[in-house]
Design a protein around this ligand. Structure first.
Ligand code: HEM
Length: 199
């Protein structure tokens, strides 16, 4: 069967398997589900995500071929993060930008990076519900974690079809995708941990 027709292509299972421990570490680092989260700490988390995306998103968007796969600029997260920071009373221009983000040296690496950034929207559904219980909604600083809202499932399916189709046509690219996804999780976790320490 054509991979694009399956809901979950094999490359996604491989990526999930290879980054499972890194995902668990990211969850542990982030006190997002903490009932005592508090607005000040939440703002630090959003600021840290902004710093990472501010360094990484331009690199990602400089890679040729994403648009052709249907993974266009509509998936950018920086505008959402900037909306949130302003709603939370922070000025993005004054925040630190991550000094270490993955190299994005081609389409396979870009897809590996995007697996992590797009996958975060799935966790975002759970996180968003928790934030709502704390009074943080999409208009009051929770737009990034609300992500694509009701369209999250559809957006993930489209991403799955795109990465699955590419991986099927270029089986030799799987290693580069896994390396980039792993590096993205590792560097993000390091950056978030530093931000949480200094917060
Ligand atoms: C408190 C923090 C987090 C929680 C509670 C959380 C929770 C979850 C949950 C419940 C899923 C599965 C959703 C589903 O299958 O519908 C998921 C998937 C995923 N999350 Fe997270 N997440 C968190 C942080 C992150 C972060 C920081 C990243 C990376 C930036 C991330 C990347 C991913 C990826 C890539 C997947 C897709 C796994 C796959 O199916 O291949 N998550 N997360």
């Amino acid at each position: 069967m054509n991979t694009a027709l399956r809901t979950r292509p094999a490359i996604l299972d491989l990526l999930r398997e290879q980054t499972r421990a890194a995902h668990e570490r990211a969850e542990e680092t982030l006190p997002l589900m903490d009932p005592a989260l508090g607005l000040a700490r939440y703002r630090e988390i959003v600021a840290a995500f902004w710093g990472f995306h501010a360094a990484l998103e331009p690199r990602l968007r400089a890679v040729d071929g994403l648009d052709a796969l249907g993974l266009d600029a509509g998936r950018r997260k920086l505008p959402l993060l900037e909306t949130d920071l302003r709603a939370l009373g922070a000025d993005p221009a004054r925040l630190p930008v991550a000094d270490e983000v993955p190299r994005v040296d081609g389409l396979p690496a870009a897809l590996g990076v995007m697996y992590v950034l797009e996958g975060a929207t799935l966790g975002g559904r759970v996180i968003s519900r928790h934030l709502a219980s704390q009074g943080i909604g999409p208009d009051t600083g929770g737009a990034f974690f609300a992500g694509y809202g009701d369209a999250t499932g559809e957006m993930w399916k489209a991403f799955a079809a795109a990465i699955g189709g590419y991986a099927e046509a270029h089986p030799e690219s799987a290693g580069a995708m896994v390396r980039a996804a792993d590096e993205t999780f590792t560097l993000l976790e390091r950056w978030l941990a530093r931000a949480m320490e200094t917060a």
